[in-house]
Design a protein around this ligand. Structure first.
Ligand code: FAD
Length: 281
């Protein structure tokens, strides 16, 4: 296995003190596996501005794993983005995940000055030069609002050309769509690493809801099997672990430059896959 592969875990900032304590316990457990970095999501429109900032600084400083804040541009002004970037920079944060974001329903129309993630990447570069390693989002199954697959590929190329260093994909359950996406962007001259985002399967109804919203397709054969388990969560988790482990094996064998786990603030589901794959610690 290539030494250059990178492994990372994503968290979301919690609303309660108890949730935050649990998150820190999970993060310490995951830190013992020596991932390359953690990342922490950001509520578009700034709804988690302080919580994301505090969580990132604590994960980076106290837990001791280099942590990348997500930053989205819809609903935030340039002044707000500039201030956050400067705070992260002065606290030694070196990596950032640059997104457009989705405003939660009820927050009205996007009011930010930057409309798309490529504009945010340009903004970060113009404000902070090469300080940050910039990650962007990639959609092997196409972003749900894109007019076409071709348009979405063109958008990804724009983000890379604006200065992104690497990308993390939306989760998917079909390795072929990942390989096809990477091949397509490489043919267009983009060779930044595109790291698969991995969603462990733990709960079928939540996963189905999530997947509908973000445009990730659950293949029929997986869906049917998960449905057949009904409320039997142990079987859902065991089957999910097997399906995801096998997909990750294929991805890594096919040259994926690492894996990014959507931990959902839990340790066991991601670590089960990590251990099955015998990833380095
Ligand atoms: P963009 O790359 O800007 O693309 C958005 C859409 O606009 C696409 O359909 C694209 O094809 C289209 N588009 C782009 N440019 C143009 C143009 N000039 N004209 C017309 N159409 C255009 N959301 C959050 O709110 N917070 C998070 O922390 C967060 N973390 C994420 C992490 C990862 C790894 C991923 C994959 C997603 C994450 N998201 C997060 C979700 C993301 O914000 C949404 O998917 C959002 O809808 C798109 O963000 P983007 O950065 O991909 O947008």
């Amino acid at each position: 296995m290539s030494q250059e592969r990178r492994y990372s875990f994503e968290f979301f900032p919690t609303k309660t003190e108890a949730g935050h304590e649990k998150l820190m316990t999970v993060a310490r457990q995951l830190a013992s596996y020596k991932p390359d970095f953690f990342s922490c999501t950001y509520g578009a429109g700034g709804s988690t501005r302080d919580r994301t900032l505090n969580t990132v600084l604590q994960l980076d400083g106290e837990v001791g794993v280099s942590t990348a804040p997500h930053l989205s541009c819809v609903g935030d002004s340039k002044a707000e983005l500039r201030e956050l970037l400067s705070t992260y920079q002065s606290n030694g944060i070196k990596r950032i995940v640059a997104l457009r974001g989705d405003l939660p329903s009820g927050m009205g129309m996007a009011s930010g000055e930057l409309r798309y993630a490529n504009e945010l990447v340009e903004f970060i570069r113009s404000e902070t030069g090469d300080h940050f390693h910039i990650e962007v989002a990639a959609y092997p199954e196409m972003h749900p609002q894109a007019r076409s697959f071709e348009d979405d590929i063109a958008n990804f190329v724009r983000k890379a050309k604006a200065g992104a260093d690497s990308a993390i994909t939306q989760y998917f359950f079909n390795a072929d769509c990942y390989f096809y996406f990477v091949e397509r962007v490489q043919k267009l001259g983009v060779d930044i690493p595109v790291v698969p985002g991995i969603m462990p399967i733990t709960n079928y109804s939540k996963l189905a809801r999530f997947s509908d919203a973000c445009g990730a397709e659950i293949p029929r054969w997986v869906r049917k099997q998960l449905e057949a388990y009904g409320d039997d969560t142990d079987s859902i988790q065991a089957y999910g672990e097997q399906v995801i482990t096998e997909m990750c094996e294929r991805l890594l064998q096919g040259g994926a430059p690492g894996l990014h786990f959507y931990s959902m603030n839990q340790a066991e589901p991601s670590l089960a896959i990590w251990n099955n794959l015998k990833l380095p610690r």
